[in-house]
Design a binder for this molecule. Sequence first.
Ligand code: C2E
Ligand code: MG
Ligand code: MG
Ligand code: MG
Length: 266
Amino acid sequence: MIAKLQDVVEAIEKRQLVPCFQPLVEIRSGLLTGFEMLARWNHPVHGLILPSNFISLAEEHDLIDEVMDQIFLAAFQAAKSIETPHTLSVNLSPIQFQNRSLPDHIFRMAEQTGYSLHHLVVEITESALLDDLGCAREIALDLKSLGCRLALDDFGTGYSSLSHLQALPFDELKIDRSFVASMASRRESRKIVAAVIGLGHSLGLKTIAEGIETEEQAAMLLCLGCEVGQGWLYGKPVQALDLSSALAAPPRPTAAAPTPCGDGLS
Ligand code: C2E
Ligand code: MG
Ligand code: MG
Ligand code: MG
């Protein structure tokens, strides 16, 4: 569906914005390490609507904070109810990362729900930082002093990735899905992924691969030293109601590839 402003306003009023959760796993063991929270609009007619249909609209009309409040509060509640604490990764829009009161706002939502920010990972896409890097850095430092970790999302797709890596105190690097998707068929993609993982490690960052759909991709990533993976191979995003089945799913370990790191990487 093509959403209009009035639809988004109504979605907020009727509290139809909900978090979904996608598992993040340690590639070697297949053990769950945490979840990424992904926004959905639970539409009474059209079902679960993807964020590309409403996040930018909410941003343009100054409604993104309302959207965030609704989804974050529900996600903190859901994450808090899980017995063994896992990390919870959340996405912040570029506009939010220019708002100096963001860290305090997140702190208050955590306080309100009793959620510990020591399990929270804040994901920022590269484009999010372009406007005012100084302000982004202050926000990043505040979030870290509250106990949050910081991830650079969709790495490799923006155009000043390296300067962002240098300017901000990241803990994690997320390799964009487009590189993972073409790894098995394109030698260039494999080389890029290998180089990104090496770069991440040399900077002391945890590397996470997005969009893993096949065992072959998982085996290649394991071989290249990537620690954590996310993708349909391990699980699609689920609503909080289904979280317990995601938590109960048996681990899906990845066997090391028979030949060292597949072909073309030596
Ligand atoms: P992202 O943060 O890079 O999230 C990963 C996207 O890849 C998600 O799409 C997820 O459903 C999809 N994905 C995960 N594994 C696979 C796979 O194996 N194959 C394929 N084909 N896709 C996979 P989604 O949920 O549509 O979200 C798109 C983007 O919307 C996110 O990209 C993020 O940038 C943004 N977004 C999501 N939730 C929020 C939010 O609460 N706030 C803000 N500001 N942005 C959000
Ligand atoms: Mg993300
Ligand atoms: Mg991403
Ligand atoms: Mg993405």
